[in-house]
Design a protein around this ligand. Structure first.
Ligand code: MG
Length: 298
């Protein structure tokens, strides 16, 4: 199921994309008892999913909207807490980052022995088509990072690697936009990644049952049509079960938590000189089965 959040008549709503008819089913009309907030919907689990699946057959005309006419928000527009992120999680990117001179916390080895975790503020999230406010980076070093986003369904603490995928509700595309000089100058990975609008997400949340083997998905980015990053999820240094086990070891994961799993090689600072984003640049991110997330820098 492809789940979306969108605004209609001034209120946030949840919908399901019906790919056969290119329409969105407005669940607030087709199934009015369901939550209208995505995190609450996820928390309601299988029961809510079953009701939503039934709602696709709705005969209520006003519940069906043309997808092309719907202005989508991020699937989870206001996460309950920070987006959980993983640094240096593809081999080639780990090497390019250390070679770029922008890694102020550089250690002895480019390849981390354990997952590197940081977060992005919930207020950095924007939706598909929303402008990335590059002008908010006073250091003018805005960079893109395509990432597979994992959405947690059933929460928990001490989740084993073996059980981890049972806790995955679905997937989305995330652009971990980064102000590189802010990252390097302050020797941390939060400030330069939490700028307002620096976390484009979407276009939708695809439930895990529609994905099959997540390791096979190709992850790509383009800037103004020029391909920059291309890898498959199986190239992750730490796979999704390892990330969930690591994060939940001492911290309870919650329904609706978002994990940005890391970016492949080909980011702007991987080039010499670096190719930073500038006003008017169009960043197009694609992941198999998850659609296209496109945003323009302003
Ligand atoms: Mg990243």
């Amino acid at each position: 199921m492809k789940l979306v959040t969108f605004a209609r008549r001034g209120a946030a709503r949840i919908g399901i994309v019906d790919s056969e008819t290119n329409t969105v089913i407005d669940l607030s009309i087709a199934a009015p008892k369901l939550p209208t907030d995505m995190t609450a919907f996820i928390e309601a689990g299988d029961r809510a999913l079953a009701a939503a699946a039934k709602a696709v057959q709705t005969r209520k005309k006003e519940a069906r909207l043309l997808l092309s006419r719907v202005r989508l928000s991020a699937p989870i527009p206001t996460p309950r807490r920070n987006v959980l992120c993983v640094g240096k999680n593809y081999y080639d990117h780990a090497k390019e980052f250390d070679d770029s001179g922008f890694n102020a916390t550089k250690g002895e080895s480019a390849i981390p022995e354990l997952p590197i975790i940081f977060t992005k503020a919930p207020s950095s999230v924007i939706g598909p088509g929303d402008p990335i406010p590059g002008y908010l980076d006073h250091t003018k070093s805005v960079d893109y990072e395509v990432e597979l986003g994992v959405i947690i369904g059933k929460g928990g603490r001490g989740i084993s690697k073996r059980d981890a995928l049972k806790h995955v509700y679905g997937y989305t595309i995330i652009n971990d936009v980064t102000a590189r000089h802010v990252q390097a100058d302050h020797k941390q990975w939060f400030l330069g990644k939490s700028i307002d609008g620096f976390c484009p997400m979407g276009p939708w949340l695809v439930t895990a049952d529609e994905i099959g083997n997540v390791k096979k998905l190709r992850v790509e980015s383009k800037v103004n049509g020029e391909i920059r990053q291309s890898a498959v999820v199986k190239d992750l240094i730490f796979d999704i079960p390892t990330l969930i086990a690591t994060l939940s070891k001492g911290m309870t994961l919650q329904s609706g938590d978002i994990i940005a799993t890391g970016t492949p090689a080909g980011v702007g600072i991987g080039f010499k000189p670096p190719k930073f984003l500038k006003k008017g640049d169009v960043v197009t991110l694609t992941i198999d089965r998850l659609g296209v997330l496109e945003n323009t820098v302003e």
